[in-house]
Design a protein around this ligand. Structure first.
Ligand code: ARG
Length: 256
């Protein structure tokens, strides 16, 4: 090997070593806490120019940052499709999932959940002139949901046929275009979509949609991380921080 080439190889090897030591790209396990999310879910997570963690903003991102901060760890956020989050967690690609994720019994079979930090429910978004007043009224309507969300499971359980989209914004576009009649999605996110788009309203039916609790997911049996997460969440619940964050990011997400 020529000398110049040898030098190049050495430099590359050193750069690689430096990378693994200092966590280039947010990698080094131990002092970086890597959260997976799907930043398509305002006010919990969305992309913003000046987010609380890089380009990521929202209630969940502020909670994740505080968990990392209180444990003296750096934070990294990996944005991926909602459907991929629990698989990435099981693979060890990420340490935890924070994504407005409802702690369901089905999900509990594969992961462990933190203390819940937010209570939500599914609602129906319809056009203002819609005659849909209850969940039962969806029977003969064209229903849109987001793939893998609990809203999809609800509509499935009711026995209705539906169309599933990758993103909430896509489902809402179908609704504003008149191609579907109702979108079933989580309450706080629904509010954001209704304030962003003219001519839409929210219809609630608490007797048809049970309340849901958002929690952070970790690998099954990772009690060490779960304890750290729970400590911060319980503190943020007790001192009102999570309430404040909910108000703040609902306003910000709506203003954007
Ligand atoms: N709460 C619903 C669920 O758990 C929707 C969550 C969607 N979150 C997201 N970051 N896209 O299925």
């Amino acid at each position: 090997m020529k000398k110049a080439n040898k030098l190049l190889v050495m430099a590359a090897a050193m750069a690689l070593a430096a990378c693994t030591l200092t966590a280039c790209g947010g990698g080094s396990k131990g002092d970086t806490l890597t959260f997976g999310t799907n930043a398509e879910f305002p006010p919990f997570e969305y992309i913003a120019s000046d987010g609380v963690v890089g380009e990521f903003n929202g209630i969940d991102m502020a909670i994740a940052k505080q968990i990392a901060d209180e444990n003296g760890m750096a934070i990294a956020v990996e944005n991926m499709e909602f459907d991929s989050l629990l698989i990435a967690l099981q693979n060890g690609q990420i340490d935890a999932v924070i994504a407005g994720m409802t702690a369901t019994d089905e999900r509990r079979e594969t992961v462990d959940f933190s203390t819940p930090y937010y209570t939500a429910t599914q609602v129906m978004i319809v056009r203002e002139d819609s005659d849909i007043a209850t969940a039962a009224d969806m029977a003969d309507k064209k229903i849109c949901v987001v793939q893998g969300y609990t809203g999809e499971v609800c509509v499935q359980d009711m026995g209705y046929s539906y169309e599933a989209f990758k993103k909430g914004t896509e489902a809402v576009m179908e609704l504003t275009n008149g191609k579907c009649d109702v979108v079933v999605i989580d309450s706080a996110t629904a509010q954001k979509y209704v304030s962003d788009n003219e001519g839409l309203k929210i219809v609630e039916d608490p007797s048809a949609f049970e309340s849901e609790e958002y929690a952070i997911a970790v690998q099954k049996g990772n009690t060490e991380l779960l304890d750290k997460i729970n400590k911060t969440i319980e503190k943020m619940l007790a001192d009102g921080t999570i309430n404040e964050l909910a108000v703040k990011y609902t306003e910000e997400a709506t203003a954007e």
